[in-house]
Design a protein around this ligand. Structure first.
Ligand code: 5GP
Length: 205
């Protein structure tokens, strides 16, 4: 619990876990390998899935969409709660791409390279009401790619659920400014590798 000027702020389960096990690296990277990105705490994933379901319960979602690799388990947990299929965009060599695929170009924040991402036209359609899920939001490239693939299919992006948003990078602001309903379970407002501090944005939900 934090005592702030506007009262008592109770951290959520994810913020507590990030403070306990997250490691702040140079270059604005938060490592959560011990519970989300390498080893996965499956009970925590279940809670994350339920929390996305609670936050988007008013929407008639038909499909959950994410990007490989780290998004897959999280999107699975959410799709399980909504009772709908989950589709993950694959990172592809351009040689594999034919007319049966929706494609987008995504620059990786962590690896600094560009990837073509693909989704087969069989698995997204104009009737789909899509919930996009990802592990992190930094500058928003991954989300922009998933949005453009959904919209190329004629589907609608009903909501976007992020596990950890780095609020000091511009992705969250630009996606919200475009009018998308974006919910992040934890928003890191600042973090410092030298002092090992992480400060979360207080959220009302
Ligand atoms: P964006 O496309 O929003 O710039 O970056 C989001 C993607 O980069 C996510 O899919 C995630 O895999 C990766 N990413 C961005 N920032 C971080 C970070 O601080 N830690 C980790 N582990 N992954 C990150």
């Amino acid at each position: 619990m934090y005592q702030s000027e506007i009262g008592v702020y109770r951290m959520n389960f994810l913020e507590e876990r990030i403070l306990k096990d997250g490691i702040v690296k140079e270059g604005n990277v938060l490592k959560v390998d011990s519970f989300l990105n390498h080893q996965m705490d499956v009970a925590l994933l279940d809670e994350i899935g339920k929390e996305f379901h609670r936050r988007f319960a008013d929407l008639k979602i038909t499909k959950v969409l994410t990007i490989e690799a780290s998004g897959i388990a999280i999107a699975y947990a959410a799709a399980r709660c909504f009772g709908v299929p989950m589709v993950f965009a694959k990172k592809a060599k351009s040689i594999n791409i034919d007319g049966d695929m929706y494609t987008a170009e995504v620059e990786s924040f962590t690896h600094k390279n560009k990837n073509q991402i693909i989704v087969s036209k069989k698995f997204l359609s104009k009737d789909d009401k899509v919930l996009i899920i990802d592990d992190f939001l930094a500058n928003g490239c991954a989300l922009q790619g998933l949005i453009s693939i959904t919209e190329a299919a004629g589907g609608s992006v009903e909501g976007i659920g992020i596990v950890i948003e780095k609020g000091f990078q511009f992705g969250g602001r630009s996606i919200r400014n475009l009018g998308y309903r974006l919910e992040s379970l934890a928003i890191v407002d600042s973090m410092d590798a030298a002092t090992k501090t992480i400060v979360f944005r207080e959220q009302g939900t």
